[in-house]
Design a protein around this ligand. Structure first.
Ligand SMILES: Nc1nc2c(ncn2[C@@H]2O[C@H](COP(=O)(O)OP(=O)(O)OP(=O)(O)O)[C@@H](O)[C@H]2O)c(=O)[nH]1
Ligand SMILES: [Mg+2]
Length: 392
């Protein structure tokens, strides 16, 4: 499959270079972070779910060591925590532990989930039995961020075989398939309950019962994650970086359009006042000073407001000077009209160039992230986890 990462990087860098002056500090910082993410092949996996479903235990089982605190009481994890996971591959993996989605109040929960979901390239949603309505809603909400989700049915050790099968079946019903497809469901028991085992001694001693801790059953999940990253990790990374770029592009376009709308009224007013002043003023040299001066001031004001318009400085100043010259008597018969047309043309140019900028910065433009996202998603196989998001 084609490697899209260099193209994504180009788009990121070109966008930053072209709109450097239009971007805020935090947008520039985010673009730098995205470039670093690409360079380091960094993928973040966030673990979500209700309290006590075994989110932290799952992270420990994947890491192979107990780094995240776990416990039987609800709400053990109170903050988002990030762990580096050395899975042995070329991709640098990060695991993000979160608090239970039912642990914090609505607004805070939304904000925390939003932050973690934004950072994540892949989401593991942990359940421990049949799904509750809150869990279904949470998955539907997370899907709004266009992040692929694996549904982890954990604590399977607590269910007899027939119940486990019944729950697994229920997770694949028609309603559920709208949220998660069957191949996106993985069964685990990351911290199985200790079991009593009877030890029989061959030397005639009395048999003894002891508690034994079974090994975590997390291999299927590990393999699923690594297989997913091996087959479509690069596309996942490319699409997620582009998705973040798309958000920045949309914000910048929005800002542009708002400023444009705010200045349309002012621009028209300047034009009308200048036209009237030129028409009613009896002195040609005064007309020139008015139209040249107002146009010049307007150009300086616009360039201060829209840094990217500097490239048209020469053109607009030429118009301003032409107005001034016309006013100084080069062609007195049509002077007034030249001045008005000059100002009109300069405004027209300015707005045309602004619209071109907006189109370029806009998601679907030449530098836009949207077109490339669509190309990448269309290039992955039908069964890919990314296909769910083809209608962005
Ligand atoms: N039987 C069984 N218990 C498990 C399994 N995984 C986790 N547990 C237990 O479930 C409890 C909660 O585990 P945690 O990993 O702390 O759960 P969490 O989702 O991180 O919980 P919060 O941080 O409180 O939201 C602990 O007592 C774990 O021992 C499992 O696979 N089987
Ligand atoms: Mg926890």
């Amino acid at each position: 499959m084609q490697d899209y990462l260099p193209q994504v990087r180009d788009r990121l860098v070109n966008y930053r270079n072209l709109f450097n002056q239009e971007l805020t500090e935090s947008e520039l910082a985010e673009i730098s972070f995205l470039a670093e993410k690409l360079d380091k092949n960094m993928i973040a996996i966030a673990v979500f779910g209700m309290v006590s479903r075994g989110k932290s235990s799952l992270i420990n089982a994947l890491l192979g060591q107990k780094l995240s605190e776990t416990g039987a009481i609800h709400g053990i994890t109170q903050n988002v925590a990030v762990y580096d996971w050395n899975s042995g591959g070329k991709i640098q993996l990060r695991l993000i532990d979160t608090q239970g989605i039912d642990e914090v109040g609505g607004e805070v929960r939304g904000a925390i989930a939003l932050e973690a979901a934004k950072q994540a390239d892949l989401i593991l949603f942990v359940i421990a039995g049949d799904m509750t309505r809150l869990e279904q809603e949470a998955i539907a909400n997370l899907q709004k961020f266009y992040k692929p989700i694996l549904l982890i049915f954990n604590k399977t050790d607590l269910y007899p075989e027939c119940d486990r099968l019944a729950i697994h079946q229920a997770l694949q019903n028609v309603e559920m398939r709208k949220l998660i497809s069957p191949q996106e469901i993985v069964l685990t028991s990351v911290e199985p309950k200790p079991v009593r085992v009877r030890i029989q001694y061959s030397d005639g001693r009395d048999s003894q019962e002891i508690w034994e801790q079974p090994k975590p059953d997390v291999q299927a999940l590990k393999e699923r994650i690594l297989e997913l990253l091996n087959t479509e990790g690069k596309e996942l990374l490319a699409v997620n970086v582009l998705r973040s770029l798309l958000e920045i592009q949309n914000t910048v376009s929005q800002r542009y359009i708002q400023r444009l709308q705010a200045s349309t009224a002012l621009t028209s007013l300047v034009f009308i006042i200048e036209a009237i002043a030129v028409l009613i003023s009896p002195l040609r040299w005064l007309d020139g000073v008015i139209s040249g001066g107002v146009t010049g001031l307007f150009v300086i004001w616009v360039i201060g407001k829209y840094a990217s318009q500097k490239k048209y400085l020469w053109l607009l100043l030429t118009v301003a000077i032409a107005c001034l010259c016309a006013g100084l008597g080069i062609n007195t018969a049509v002077t007034g009209y030249i001045q008005i047309v000059g100002l009109g043309l300069s405004l027209l140019f300015l707005f045309k160039s602004l619209i071109t900028d907006i189109e370029q910065s806009h998601a679907s433009g030449k530098l836009g992230a949207k077109t490339l996202i669509t190309t990448i998603i269309q290039s992955v196989p039908e069964c890919s986890i990314l296909r769910r998001f083809q209608n962005i």
